[in-house]
Ligand binder design. Structure first.
Ligand SMILES: *Cc1c(COP(=O)(O)O)cnc(C)c1O
Length: 233
């Protein structure tokens, strides 16, 4: 085993230990939390090392990188699209990814529908919510969320599986706790409305600097890049 592979193995062990502790602290089953490894800074050998150390879910925020890295992992691994998706790139990812986390407009959802229908497949998506209202970020505002969900629910080949958010970068994850709490509440509220094609079973929140807080607030999918691929390297 190369040094890099050894470091990544240990980084994954460390992240899993923290997931377990955060879940137990919150009275949750650690097994219900999916760890997704975000490979945007990872070299091919690092992606392979993660796959060899039990990572089953991988993510990219750029289509070009995603299509390049897909081949690095075996058939038992799934890929997620977590970055802003342009409508003209949908055909490059649809049918290849397990989940698109970053749907934030009805135009994008409709374009996914069109492509999914042509391929005769169903596309699982999350709606990306800009909870904090930061101007620079993608994501639908809280106020526009319900309108988007209701319209997306009419798209036959699109299944809304939950919500995703990116919290503002912070050194103290305590300050983003209200954002995670808000996303979970939105998810519960929408789920209770029992809308066709809308199932709020996935809550994608938490990154390297805030995932323990996100787990305490109900996340069941965390997206981790730096703590796996950059730490100690
Ligand atoms: C890069 C990225 C991550 C991972 O962030 P880290 O801080 O490296 O853990 C998670 N989600 C999205 C959408 C990203 O772009």
């Amino acid at each position: 085993m190369t040094d890099i592979a050894e470091i990544i193995k240990n980084n994954i062990i460390e992240v899993r230990r923290k997931i377990e502790n955060a879940a137990i602290k919150a009275g949750r089953d650690p097994g219900e939390i999916t760890l997704v490894a975000v490979t945007k800074t990872a070299l091919p050998e690092m992606v392979a090392a993660a796959a060899n150390n039990g990572i089953k879910d991988f993510a990219e925020n750029r289509v070009q990188e995603l299509t390049k890295k897909l081949a690095l992992t075996g058939d038992s691994c799934r890929w997620h699209m977590i970055g802003h998706l342009q409508t003209n790139k949908i055909k490059q990812v649809l049918g290849k990814v397990r989940l698109i986390h970053s749907v934030d407009s009805i135009e994008l959802a409709e374009a996914i529908q069109k492509r999914a229908e042509a391929l005769d497949i169903y596309a699982d998506i999350l709606i990306e919510v800009n909870v904090s209202g930061e101007e620079t970020k993608f994501g639908v505002s809280k106020d526009a969320l319900m309108f988007l969900i209701e319209n997306a629910s009419r798209l036959k080949n699109v299944n809304v599986r939950g919500l995703m958010t990116i919290a503002p970068y912070t050194e103290s994850s305590e300050s983003v706790r209200p954002i995670f709490r808000m996303l979970r509440q939105l998810s519960l509220d929408i789920g209770s409305e029992k809308i066709d094609n809308v199932h709020m079973d996935i809550l994608s929140m938490g990154m390297s600097n805030d995932f323990e807080t996100a787990i305490e607030e109900g996340s069941n999918l965390i997206r981790i890049g730096r703590s796996i691929f950059n730490k100690n390297i």
